[in-house]
Design a protein around this ligand. Structure first.
Ligand SMILES: Nc1ncnc2c1ncn2[C@@H]1O[C@H](COP(=O)(O)OP(=O)(O)O)[C@@H](O)[C@H]1O
Ligand SMILES: [Mg+2]
Length: 288
């Protein structure tokens, strides 16, 4: 197995995190290479992959989010060179796009609806089945949570026009990376973390080939682990060998699933040791 990092050509914040992962892989003796996301997005895969030579092994993608089309083209280019992505395009689709994974966790996740396209009136009409706002809006893979009040959160007193304005701001924030359609979710107040400024009690769990291999608080906070046993069976509920499951504690003490994501494009929480994650991946070691 080798790890294929994919990140912007010009270093940014996320690079440092991937650099930490690269160091961990060096310690473990796992081969890793890096390609530029610009080449993948521009469909210049010869340029991206040529320096890597033959890829006659299993390749695990780690890096920035790709669209399903970009991921499928990368998969084909790797296959042309004799290799194979461990997470194939179907598996990427299964864990990356909310409409693909939502049914697997619908009984423990906020009520949700979605559209194809950016028609806010259609989304508002569908959302009436969730009950009245507050809601959270995002696209099929990502929110604009950095612009929470303007482009993510729909308050209790919002009408159709206010909702449409939030959707428009979301579409604007996501720009040419907007994915497929609008997702509307019922807002469920999450428990704050004691002593942390504004952080909620959220955790990210990683699954490898059906097994829970790592978990850590999503934010850099000192907080107890969630109960893991109720979530462990979900490892088989998503048709992907590598995915992340984000869980959160509500103000009334319930643990819910917030989202699922492809493991390869999910950032490691700040307190998760990449060596532990990769050791579990490589050796099949389980820490659950
Ligand atoms: N339904 C919800 N109720 C309450 N808070 C939510 C809900 N959905 C998302 N959030 C909050 O917004 C954040 C971002 O939402 P998320 O769906 O994880 O989007 P992203 O894909 O951008 O990470 C979450 O980490 C959580 O704090
Ligand atoms: Mg998230």
């Amino acid at each position: 197995m080798r790890i294929l990092f994919c990140r912007p050509d010009s270093p940014q914040d996320t690079d440092d995190r991937l650099a930490l992962e690269a160091d961990a892989l060096d310690e473990l003796g796992v081969r890793h290479d890096a390609i530029a996301i610009e080449d993948v997005v521009d469909d210049d895969l010869d340029r991206a992959l040529a320096p890597l030579g033959d890829l006659d092994d299993d390749v695990l993608y780690r890096g920035w989010m790709l669209t399903a089309d970009e991921y499928a083209r990368l998969d084909a280019a790797i296959a042309d060179r004799g290799g194979a992505l461990i997470v194939d395009p179907d598996a990427y689709e299964a864990a990356h796009y909310l409409p693909s994974w939502f049914a697997a966790v619908a009984d423990r996740s906020p009520a949700t609806c979605w559209t194809l396209g950016t028609d806010a009136a259609e989304a508002w009409a569908l959302a009436q089945a969730l009950g009245p706002p507050p809601y959270v809006v995002k696209d099929h893979v990502k929110s604009a949570k950095e612009r929470w009040a303007e482009a993510c959160f729909v308050p209790a007193d919002a009408d159709a026009a206010a909702f449409a304005a939030t959707c428009a701001a979301l579409v604007d924030a996501r720009g040419d990376r907007f994915e497929r359609g609008l997702v509307v979710r019922r807002y469920v107040p999450l428990a704050p973390v004691d002593g942390a400024a504004g952080e909620r009690d959220e955790h990210r769990l990683f699954f490898w080939r059906g097994r829970l291999i790592a978990s850590a608080p999503y934010h850099d906070v000192d907080v107890a682990d969630p109960p893991l046993a109720p979530f462990a069976p979900l490892g088989r509920a998503v048709a992907s060998p590598f995915f992340a499951l984000d869980v959160a504690r509500t103000v009334d003490g319930r643990w819910i699933v917030l989202e699922i994501g492809d493991g390869g494009v999910s950032t490691l929480p700040p307190t998760m040791d990449p060596r532990a994650l990769y050791r579990a991946i490589v050796a099949g070691e389980v820490r659950a």
